[in-house]
Design a protein around this ligand. Structure first.
Ligand code: PA5
Length: 469
């Protein structure tokens, strides 16, 4: 049984790091607002766009079907390609990185267990060309994931793949495509039903960035041999920890309170710094969750605001040698969150070999496991010394259960923080705006897109003098 993940907030607090930290009094004074936020999130559990809170509990049937489909895919295909973007890609990528071999695709088939995995979340023309250079469509399964069923990036990829498959395998193309989409709306469901594709549903109340623990993430994970029941058990365990209103019992509520206060005090940047390559893409997943959920210009009561906190993705120790200087001496506008792993899945001893140079000789006989944690502590200390806020989330080990806990923890923190900010955490009007504008630019004809095209003409014309080269 995996240990609960641990949240250490010592270096967030003014009584530890000094004046730029959060005071215990401020936290205490926030208690009524935190209780209210907790109650608001609990009240809407499973309703509206909070269907993701039910996912650890209501997927027995779908999990069994995912496992059966995954077994078929593993047997029949050499490669599994996810076509999706945003919430349809970041979760699958983060979980794969966390729970599969770091060079999974390069392993020989017997060691890999599942097909090679490619997550194609962009429409760079070179990217699709490159994918087609390294896969054989005849032995590849494509999972088209889009909740709206109309995202141009994903549906254009679908059209390309459909054409490629028809040329490669003829009528058998249907066996090579799995659709993951909304059951009730969008065009992908219509196509999937017409074509008879195997289809998984994204529940209505589960938005893209909250969808990792539904078929969006679970299918790719199961295909690669990840224990998806363990992921859901981990999420359930975190959900249980989040039941109460006591911030010293509910880690997500405490974290939401600290992040909310840090924002109020001018920390506009949230730096996620995993000290583990396996957790590197958790930063990408978190960045979308945090940015899209909290970056809003209006409160639920219609008050004009511009809230949010810019997430920054980093990796320890790599980015110590890139960004740490800024974090220790630049503006006081950041909170750093370390992700620490207590027990890595490998031990890498550092051999002796140079005995006559002290600074190198002393590394011999130690291990990378010791060194990476020493470096993390060094960074934590450097931040402490310059009075910067940081916190550490520790995973005893990276396994399906702890990763499930971590995903659900951040989802709860986001929901509570959105409630504290009194915003709609679950919409993304800014993203929709860019989707409509892009379709307008592409010449799509509809009332909405025609109007957008006209509106876009009112933007001041570019001045040649502002363009160099
Ligand atoms: O969180 C969200 O809702 C978005 O980031 C979506 O995941 C993203 O825009 C892709 O949308 P869709 O799944 O409809 O293709």
């Amino acid at each position: 049984m995996s240990q609960p993940i641990k949240l250490d907030i010592n270096n967030m607090m003014a009584d530890i790091i000094g004046a730029r930290g959060i005071t215990p009094t401020a936290l205490e004074e926030l208690t009524p607002a935190l209780s209210k936020a907790h109650a608001a999130v609990q009240l809407k559990r499973g309703q509206g766009m909070q269907g993701w809170m039910d996912l650890p509990y209501n997927q027995d049937e779908v999990v069994a079907r995912i496992e059966a489909t995954a077994a078929r895919v593993r047997e029949q295909f050499d490669a599994f390609v996810v076509l999706g973007i945003g919430g349809s890609a970041l979760g699958p990528a983060a979980v794969h990185q966390a729970l599969c071999h770091l060079h999974y695709n390069e392993l020989p088939k017997e060691k890999r267990g599942g097909p090679r995995l490619y997550i194609e979340d962009n429409i760079d023309p070179e990217r699709m060309a490159a994918l087609l250079d390294v896969i054989d469509p005849a032995t590849t399964c494509f999972n088209v994931i889009t909740k709206s069923g109309g995202t141009a990036e994903t549906m254009s990829q679908y059209l390309i793949v459909l054409d490629v498959l028809k040329k490669a395998v003829g009528d058998d193309y249907k066996r090579h495509i799995i659709a993951t989409t909304s059951q009730s709306r969008g065009f992908l469901i219509q196509i999937a039903q017409r074509e008879g594709y195997e289809t998984f549903y994204i529940p209505d109340g589960v938005g893209g960035r909250f969808s990792e623990l539904c078929p969006v993430g679970l299918l790719a994970a199961a295909v690669c041999g990840i224990d998806i029941r363990g992921l859901l058990e981990g999420a359930k365990a975190m959900d249980q920890r989040c039941k109460g209103q006591d911030i010293w019992e509910n880690p997500a509520l405490l974290e939401a309170g600290l992040m909310y206060l840090s924002m109020k005090w001018g920390a506009n940047i949230s730096v996620m710094m995993p000290y583990a390559d396996s957790l590197k893409l958790m930063s990408d997943w978190y960045a979308q969750l945090w940015a899209e959920s909290l970056g809003k210009n209006v409160t639920l009561s219609g008050e004009r605001v511009n809230v949010g906190q810019t997430p920054v993705k980093t990796l320890g120790v790599t980015d110590q040698h890139s960004q740490l200087q800024l974090y220790t001496e630049g503006p006081y506008d950041k909170v750093l969150t370390f992700l620490k792993v207590e027990n890595f899945r490998a031990t890498t001893p550092i051999p002796h070999g140079v005995e006559d140079i002290d600074t190198i000789a002393f590394l011999g006989g130690k291990s990378h496991n010791q060194l990476i944690e020493a470096e993390r502590q060094g960074t934590e200390y450097a931040l402490y010394r310059s009075g910067r806020m940081s916190q550490t989330i520790t995973l005893d080990q990276v396994d399906a259960h702890t990763v499930g806990q971590l995903l659900y923890f951040f989802e709860m923190v986001t929901a509570y923080t959105g409630a504290l900010l009194n915003i709609d955490t679950f919409n993304q009007p800014g993203v929709e705006e860019s989707k409509v504008a892009a379709y307008a630019v592409m010449g799509y004809e509809s009332e909405k897109h025609n109007a957008k095209r006209e509106e876009m003409k009112t933007k001041p014309a570019s001045k040649a003098s502002y363009i160099l080269g």
